[in-house]
Design a protein around this ligand. Structure first.
Ligand SMILES: N[C@@H](CCC(=O)N[C@@H](CS)C(=O)NCC(=O)O)C(=O)O
Length: 220
């Protein structure tokens, strides 16, 4: 009998769901998964099942948690390796995770998550390009200061900061903006993580009818 449930949306498109699912799986929580087909706007079933009307939503051993960053924090209480052990690294990780959670709206709007599609050149609005420049700066600083020889932002462990940026990586793989070699290498490392690969595989098994047409065709 699982100890709770995780409610998420269409894997192909739901970047926030990925940010909830990754920490739950990294922490090894024994929860069932409920996947809701997102309408690409307001989905009545999501409204009915989640207190905030948004996914991801986690229930675990009597705790109810919405907001992906809060889910990361909850999972980190049970699995502390989700944050770097070093105080200054942890502070930086928290700051960049919060910056992602609160921002980069232009990028998110211009390059919606659409796994395994290839739309090189699309979505390069001035706002999206400015967001990408800031993200590359964040990645570079994290890797130079804290990454050591490991493949992720803070070294060998896939932290909550990597969780927050994983959907950005999928967007970079889909829309192929110009990136530094170091950013591209980081994207490859994230894509190769077993849980990220598992997410792609599950997304690939979703019915074609679940695809949100406007993410597939309408974006210039
Ligand atoms: N700040 C929230 C954002 C969650 C969010 O916007 N989720 C979207 C899906 S990616 C959603 O539930 N939209 C409502 C819907 O599609 O019906 C978080 O971090 O969890």
């Amino acid at each position: 009998m699982p100890e709770g449930r995780l409610v998420i949306g269409t894997r192909r498109h739901s970047s926030w769901s990925l940010r909830g699912w990754l920490p739950v799986r990294l922490a090894g929580l024994d929860v069932s998964e409920e996947v809701i087909r997102l309408a690409g706007g307001v989905t009545p079933e999501v409204k009915a099942r989640s207190p905030s009307g948004l996914v991801p939503y986690l229930e675990h051993r009597g705790a109810a948690i919405w907001e992906s960053l809060a889910i990361c924090e909850y999972c980190a209480e049970l699995f502390p390796k989700l944050w770097p052990a070093d105080r200054t690294a942890r502070a930086f990780a928290r700051a960049i995770a919060a910056e992602m959670h609160a921002g980069f709206a232009s990028l998110r709007q211009a390059m919606p998550m659409n796994l395994d599609r290839h739309f090189p050149g699309r979505g390069r609005t001035p706002g999206a390009l400015a967001d990408i420049a800031r993200i590359e700066k964040i990645w570079q600083e994290a890797r130079e200061r804290f990454g050591g020889a490991g493949p992720y932002l803070f070294g060998a462990d896939f932290t909550a900061a990597d969780v927050m940026y994983a959907p950005v990586v999928t967007r970079f793989l889909t829309y192929a903006p110009e990136l530094s070699a170091a950013s591209r290498a980081y994207c490859d490392s994230v894509r190769a993580h077993p849980l990220v690969s598992a997410w792609y595989e599950e997304a690939g098994r979703e019915p074609e009818a679940w695809r949100v047409t406007r993410y597939e065709t309408e974006l210039a």
